[in-house]
Ligand binder design. Structure first.
Ligand code: NI
Length: 271
């Protein structure tokens, strides 16, 4: 599914998929449906979420992919959600891009930064310096009370608080599919097989004119253990991305902030 010449990077990407598909069996199910159609499933990108805390911001996560030759290629600003993001690319175009976003703590209610400080203080330096941080899950204690308080201000903050560091989503590279080669075809196929799509801002975000179209499932709830009990909360979603060529004939490899803004809502709790 993922092809790297570097066995260590290959192993890391496989561990990311294993963590993600174990937590989200519906992503594995959709992946397997595509394979059942004779498709070869490549990944367009894998996304991570964090906070712009000095110990655990984008840089802290990115160092572990940069050592494999990934380079920062684009940056994105999400004013309303108070997020900043960068995407990283490998020279090997068969490898997924890595999209990392961080919550801008100084722009949000003070208690969020206070809670994040308490969370990050529980993460050992040795873990931050190891690529295991990318698949470690939640490295701190979290209560339902704090989770819900964070969710009332930022769904994004509460997702990271509950799940920690692990892929937030994988994204199918639609350009590499033969039969299911358009988002309308994929969306119908996925819905027909019983999955719910994120319809915030329409099922398809972006357009051919913007050089990128995206759609995604809504994250299914999973039961999470908190210090004061168990609670079902939305986990991860599966995304589909189709890219269009630039005037020079190369596919556009960036992201559209306006579309990503809506895609972030795929992990929102049901209102
Ligand atoms: Ni994405």
């Amino acid at each position: 599914m993922l092809q790297s010449q570097n066995p260590q990077l290959q192993h890391l990407l496989e561990k990311m998929w294993r963590d993600y598909s174990t937590l989200n069996p519906s992503a594995q199910a959709i992946h397997d449906l595509f394979v059942g159609q004779g498709e070869k499933v490549l990944n367009d990108h894998v996304a991570y979420r964090t906070f712009n805390h000095p110990r655990l911001g984008i840089r802290s996560l990115a160092q572990h992919i940069e050592k494999y030759g990934y380079k920062p290629m684009g940056e994105y600003f999400f004013k309303e959600k108070k997020l900043y993001a960068q995407h990283f690319e490998s020279m090997n175009k068969d490898l997924p891009k890595i999209f990392i976003s961080e919550l801008e703590l100084e722009k949000i209610e003070g208690f969020v930064a206070e809670e994040v400080d308490k969370m990050v203080a529980q993460v050992p330096d040795a873990l931050i310096q190891s690529e295991e941080i990318l698949i470690c899950g939640r490295p701190w204690k979290m209560s339902i009370e704090v989770y819900q308080k964070l969710a009332s201000v930022s769904e994004y903050a509460s997702w990271v608080a509950a799940f920690g560091f692990r892929p937030n989503h994988f994204t199918v590279n639609v350009n590499a599919l033969k039969k299911l080669h358009s988002l309308p075809l994929i969306n119908e196929f996925v819905k027909k097989n019983g999955h719910t799509l994120n319809s915030s801002g329409g099922e398809i975000k972006g357009s051919a004119a913007e050089l990128l179209e995206q759609s995604s499932t809504m994250a299914k709830e999973v039961e999470v253990n908190f210090t004061d009990g168990k609670l079902k909360v939305p986990a991860c979603y599966y995304e589909f991305a189709k890219r269009y060529p630039l005037p020079n004939g190369e596919l556009y490899n960036g992201f559209i902030a306006k579309s990503a803004d809506k895609i972030f809502e795929s992990t929102n709790q049901k209102k």
